[in-house]
Design a protein around this ligand. Structure first.
Ligand code: C2O
Ligand code: CU
Ligand code: CU
Length: 514
């Protein structure tokens, strides 16, 4: 393979026998091209034949899952299964998915819908189905406490109680999440807009889900079980989108809404367009922004979502790519964690000359975003992130770390006191970032969030509105979403109570185990 093929980032965890980018060649290549006048290196990926890379496989679009209306409920069926999938030409992987051997279909519902999902586990191992970013009772959340044994079906139901958003679902079995998500168990759950936003919304046409994952290709294939060496977890050497290797999307519209989900175990992506053009961030984890925000690059850590609008000139050849980022670790740790990598993610071809006469409608200047939470009415809490613990403790299924009053809004300050990059995810809520590293939040964090990146030494201050679903017997989780960290126990539990919030952990009474 050519030494500058864009799909294959370098990493220290590459298999030894593999054809891959030699780090020195790679860096020299970058330097040399830089000298040619600042033309983006990967801009050349727009001429795929000259890079030795094709980016010619049509982008797979996860199918929309049909639902059935039964007794006023929208019923979906998901079937967790294992199999083999050729994720990279000529290389088959042992994979897991929902309703297929890799990834899962897209679920779609609107505020007010009563949904029910029949999740059948046809895997040989226990799993769970967690609805990441969803506001719902803890007992329906698919945490480690709602294990689905092989051969059984779990049927959660809830009423959609939030506005338009790009959510997702994935398994959450304690200690096994990296393996199962890394094997392909992930799908999107879209909450539809109640009022039309004016944004592209034709699924698969101009409203495109992009589930980005990295896998490790070694001679002979097979990813799962690759030993972890990077301080943030497993870093794969090959990036796939919706399970497509070197994907290509031929636009039929001049404006695309890309719903980007980082479904990787640990790799962070610093997204930009090879043209250097700006794009507009229109939505974050929990919904739409108040107004589109122009930016030219965007960092997305594992589990975060970004809805971006890209304007595609009729004759465009461009690449959505990931460029080096500063994760705030030591140089060596940043390097093994993939922070120095540059690679293409998706090649986009414009809709062609036939559309050049078409009037491009203006992007809406305001969006129907959910209203921000009121003032803090509950407790203020402080959490520290160490290497693989939160407040010095590893996850214990039988310990409730935090008791929160239902319907309160708390102020949570998260401080990364380690030398590793982390992120922080809270179940059962969407929060607003009120401060970051002592200053105002990064532009990318100005909307509703359920997961936030926190660099070593960094802090994030979150205003967290909690729901009315009091259930002292069933906890929600909060944790680092770098899945190796999470599996190591970088996770804790909170319950919502009708009574008083407390600040001391308590032993769980075990009522949740049935
Ligand atoms: Cu994406 Cu605890 O989850
Ligand atoms: Cu979650
Ligand atoms: Cu972490």
């Amino acid at each position: 393979m050519s030494s500058n093929s864009p799909h294959r980032p370098t990493s220290a965890t590459d298999g030894p026998q593999l054809p891959r980018i030699n780090r020195r060649t790679f860096l020299i290549g970058l330097g040399a091209l830089g000298a040619v006048g600042g033309i983006g290196y990967w801009a050349t990926a727009a001429k795929p034949n000259k890079t030795g890379s094709t980016f010619a496989t049509p982008l797979r679009i996860p199918p929309l899952l049909e639902s059935e209306m039964l007794d006023g409920e929208r019923v979906f069926r998901l079937n967790a299964q294992a199999g083999e999938t050729e994720l990279v030409p000529g290389v088959s992987f042992a994979t897991m998915g929902f309703n297929g051997t890799h990834l899962g279909p897209t679920l779609r519902a609107a505020r007010g819908d009563k949904v029910r999902v029949r999740v059948t586990n046809n895997l040989p191992v226990a799993t769970t189905a967690h609805w990441h970013g969803m506001l719902l009772p803890a007992s329906q959340d698919g945490t480690p406490h709602q294990a689905i044994a092989p051969g059984t079906t779990w049927t959660p139901s809830w009423t959609i109680a939030q506005d338009a958003a790009t959510l997702w679902y994935h398994p959450h079995p304690h200690g096994q999440t990296e393996l199962q998500v890394g094997s392909g168990m992930a799908g999107m759950f879209l909450i539809d807009e109640a009022t039309p936003s004016g944004l592209p919304s034709d699924y698969g046409v101009d409203d495109i889900p992009l589930i980005i994952q990295d896998v490790s290709v070694q001679s002979g294939g097979q990813r799962p079980g690759t030993p972890t060496t990077a301080p943030i977890g497993r870093i794969g050497n090959t990036v796939i989108v919706n399970g497509t290797y070197e994907p290509h999307f031929v636009a039929t519209a001049r404006r695309l809404r890309l719903r980007v989900l980082n479904a990787s175990a640990a790799r962070c992506y610093n997204l930009e367009l090879s043209t250097g053009d700006e794009f507009h961030l229109v939505g974050t984890d929990g919904g739409l922004l108040a107004a589109p925000a122009a930016m030219s690059s965007l960092l997305l850590s594992p589990a975060e979502r970004a809805e971006i609008v890209v304007t595609v000139p009729p004759d465009a050849e461009l690449v959505l790519r990931s460029v080096p980022q500063d994760l705030g670790m030591s140089k060596g740790d940043d390097m093994t964690s993939g922070a120095e990598d540059t690679f293409g993610i998706l090649r986009i071809t414009g809709p062609g000359a036939a559309t050049s006469g078409e009037q491009l409608t203006e992007l809406p200047t305001t969006l129907p975003s959910a209203k921000q939470p009121g003032t803090v009415s509950g407790v203020e809490r402080h959490f520290t992130l160490e290497d693989t613990t939160i407040n010095g403790k590893a996850m214990d299924m039988d310990r409730i770390d935090t008791v929160v009053a239902a319907n309160s809004t708390e102020l949570w300050t998260i401080q990364n006191v380690s030398k590793r990059a982390h992120n922080f995810h809270i179940h059962g809520t969407q929060f607003i970032v009120t401060a970051e590293n002592g200053g105002s939040p990064e532009p990318r964090n100005l909307g509703w969030k359920d997961t936030i990146f926190i660099a070593p030494g960094g802090t994030a201050q979150l205003t967290v509105p909690f729901s009315s679903y009091a259930d002292p017997a069933t906890p929600y989780m909060y944790h680092c979403h770098m899945l190796w960290h999470e599996d190591q126990g970088m996770m804790a539990q909170y319950v919502l109570t009708d009574g008083e919030a407390t600040t001391e952990p308590m032993q769980h009474d075990g009522a949740m185990h049935h």
